[in-house]
Write a protein that binds this ligand. Structure first.
Ligand SMILES: C[S@@+](CC[C@H](N)C(=O)[O-])C[C@H]1O[C@@H](n2cnc3c(N)ncnc32)[C@H](O)[C@@H]1O
Length: 269
């Protein structure tokens, strides 16, 4: 299995490794409107795909791998050599202008920040503190292979609604939005509300219903919560999946968390 290059909050690798991803058969085009770490895309390796996200640097990172992964790897080697606390905070402040440097900084920060978290301040500046990991280059990295897989995909910055509206009968939509619920007291979900409001959840439901009515195959993951089941009840089947929480570094604080998966126009085996 290909290892995604980024550790991404809410990443769905565990859905594959735990055997809980619904079995996917044929589809025409693969569409992922909340791309993040792209775990499902790298697992399926579709030949025809549309991949979008509203995180501009994330999108530039994937575009840079296609454009020139050799120069990107060279810059990552520089970051690897220079890595220390001072260097991390200097890079965190720095805003490179060209795409390859933007991508190298993005991967460097992702691999050395606290728990692979992605969080920005009100000015949009990345503000996650340094973490304990020090390996910027990994044995599992295969940028050449990633560039081949990504080359045939259309990858661009977009809000989810325009992307979902491109889907047609027979296409497969994998939808993994930031998790928010109507009212909550959980700090992690509260932060998500700044980037994905309850209004966005409503907007998502409306455009997923349009896609469902066009005959698009849909898999959507979301929080396991009554308000989510209520909101998305017209989408289709809902089942519960379980993962181990990885937000705490202390093993005694790890616990199992449930999430929901909705499917439409989809034959579950
Ligand atoms: C839970 S993550 C997706 C994780 C991904 N499935 C993986 O395996 O790594 C959600 C993604 O949605 C993106 N996002 C948030 N609001 C969005 C919007 N309005 N339109 C498109 N993408 C959005 C975030 O930037 C983030 O990358």
């Amino acid at each position: 299995m290909i290892t995604p290059i980024l550790k991404w909050p809410g990443g769905k690798r565990w859905l594959i490794s735990s055997g809980q991803l619904p079995k996917i058969s044929q589809y025409t085009k693969y569409i992922e409107p909340f791309l993040g770490g792209a775990a499902i895309f790298f697992y399926l390796k579709p030949e025809n795909a549309i991949l979008t996200d509203v995180n501009k640097e994330l999108i530039e990172t994937y575009q840079a791998i296609v454009e020139d992964y050799v120069s990107l790897e060279a810059l990552l080697r520089d970051h690897h050599r220079n890595h220390c606390t001072d260097y991390y905070y200097k890079m965190r402040q720095f805003s490179p202008k060209d795409r390859i440097s933007i991508a190298a900084r993005f991967i460097y920060l992702n691999r050395t920040c606290w728990n692979g978290l992605y969080r920005v301040n009100k000015k949009g500046q990345f503000n996650v503190p340094i973490g304990t990991r020090t390996s910027i280059l990994r044995d599992t990295d295969n940028f050449e292979l990633l560039s081949v897989i990504l080359k045939s995909a259309k990858i661009y910055y977009s809000d989810f609604e325009q992307t979902i509206d491109l889907s047609d009968e027979g296409d497969l939509l994998f939808v993994d939005p930031p998790y928010t619920v109507k009212h909550n007291h959980n700090n992690f979900l509260k932060y998500n509300e700044n980037i994905f409001s309850w209004q966005d959840q409503n907007r998502l439901k409306t455009c997923l219903l349009r896609a469902k009515n066009r005959g698009v195959q849909i898999i959507m993951t979301n929080a396991d919560h009554e308000c989510i089941r209520e909101l998305y009840k017209e989408i289709g089947n809902c089942f519960i999946v379980t993962r181990m929480s990885s937000l705490s570094s202390k093993s005694d604080n790890r616990k199992s968390i449930t999430e929901s998966v909705f499917t439409a126009n989809f034959k579950l085996n």
